[in-house]
Ligand binder design. Structure first.
Ligand SMILES: *Cc1c(COP(=O)(O)O)cnc(C)c1O
Length: 403
């Protein structure tokens, strides 16, 4: 494993996130900011708004605190906080009109894939799913002249790495908007705006909130013009996030940096355990020198991330034995919470793709994905080793002999 580029989060941003909104707006001098649930605000006179706020769909003080904290972490000029990651993504598609082309990764988030495909089918815009990790895709983009280039790195669940700076440069050359879904790494581990992207989108459901108890999203803009459009559509479509969700998300974000350190330490220990096992055919994690995106990840990320996928040699029987034997990883979708999770993409997150499409995307029946949490590393490693032994026992003999 080579070292990362030293592109660490500026210390002031760590401090800013921990202390976001402290002492704000309280006649009682509360240290932590209050939660503003009110849907509406007094006017001073007809047509005379008292201050910044009139109606919570448009703007809300609690939601604004989260938006400012996320924008600061990503290094953007501002953010819109939405009701889910998918509604944030839907807002971004408002930048596309009929006839415009959206280029999106073939293995983008399943919900994004579904939305883009359905909108293209009804003629809202055109979509071309492509492989941003392949060199020849740059020529394809130059030829197709998309209005928007969508990136997601690392990808789900294979963890392919895309060179954000290279794509942002190309997008600028051809006048396209470059969007990065940064959900998998969070701004602690990757800041696409610093690499030239125009817009960043998050499912705050994942690392930013980090406690698996809120569904939410955010769009962060590089400049005022984009931010204005994003805020306008968020209000017009009515997809802004609820104040209570905003409050919880801000609470979660205060520990993002501390959590991220433990997530990563644990993930690296789990990667070691997987790599050393005879039951495992392949481990996907950008920290591994053999990972095809390792060099790019080392350059553009400031942490390796805590998502891991791996293929068990024994296929489905091994998967069943493994999942049955594991105790500290909950069998569930989603990621980025304090609790460790295991998912089986074939039957869970990617079940809606037909079998050939899954196979083409590199998703086999023996593939599992971990979201490594912040439990004690020793417990997680012991748990994984025990489950791997069970998986090994369930391997058909032929699979083991080939190994
Ligand atoms: C979860 C997720 C989304 C969708 O977010 P929701 O909050 O579930 O609507 C989008 N992109 C990625 C990469 C995700 O993991």
């Amino acid at each position: 494993m080579s070292s990362l580029n030293g592109r660490r989060t500026p210390k002031s941003r760590v401090t800013g996130t921990v202390r976001a909104g402290l002492g704000a707006d309280s006649p009682h001098r509360s240290v932590m900011p209050p939660i503003h649930l009110s849907s509406n605000y007094f006017f001073d006179a007809p047509g005379e708004q008292h201050g910044k706020y009139d109606y919570t769909r448009t703007a809300n003080p609690t939601r604004d605190l989260v938006a400012d904290a996320i924008a600061e972490l990503e290094g953007g000029c501002g953010a819109a906080v939405t009701s889910s990651g998918m509604s944030a993504i839907a807002v971004l598609t408002r930048f596309l009109s009929a006839g415009d082309l959206l280029m999106a990764p073939r293995d983008c988030y399943g919900g994004s894939h579904r939305l883009f495909s359905a909108e293209a089918e009804r003629g809202s815009y055109d979509v071309r799913f492509f492989k941003p990790w392949e060199e020849r895709s740059f020529d394809l983009a130059r030829a197709l002249r998309p209005r928007m280039i969508w990136l997601e790195t690392p990808s789900n669940p294979i963890l392919r790495i895309t060179d954000i700076a290279a794509w942002a440069r190309l997008a600028r050359d051809i006048g396209a908007i470059c969007v990065v879904d940064n959900t998998f790494l969070s701004p602690v581990n990757q800041r696409p705006l610093e690499l030239g992207a125009d817009l960043v989108v998050h499912s705050t459901t994942k690392f930013l909130n980090g406690h698996s108890d809120v569904v939410g999203g955010a769009v962060i803009a590089a400049d005022e013009g984009l931010l204005e459009d994003v805020a306008w559509w968020t209000n017009a479509m009515g997809v802004s996030g609820a104040p209570f969700d905003a409050y919880l998300t801000l609470r979660g974000m205060r520990t993002l940096h501390a959590r991220s350190r433990v997530h990563e330490e644990n993930a690296l220990r789990v990667v070691d355990a997987l790599v050393g096992s005879g039951a495992v055919a392949k481990v996907n994690h950008p920290s591994l020198a053999g990972h095809p995106g390792h060099e790019i990840a080392a350059r553009q990320q400031s942490g390796w991330g805590s998502l891991i996928s791996f293929e068990l040699r024994g296929g489905r029987p091994a998967v069943d034995a493994f999942v049955d034997g594991i105790r500290h990883f909950a069998l569930a979708e989603s990621l980025g919470g304090v609790e460790s999770l295991v998912s089986h993409p074939w039957t869970m997150t990617h079940a809606s793709m037909d079998a050939p499409a899954r196979v083409a995307a590199g998703i086999g029946e023996g593939l599992l994905r971990f979201s490594v949490g912040i439990e004690a590393a020793e417990d997680l490693v012991a748990d994984v080793e025990r489950a791997l032994e069970r998986a090994h026992g369930a391997c058909p003999r032929t699979a083991i002999e080939v190994a």
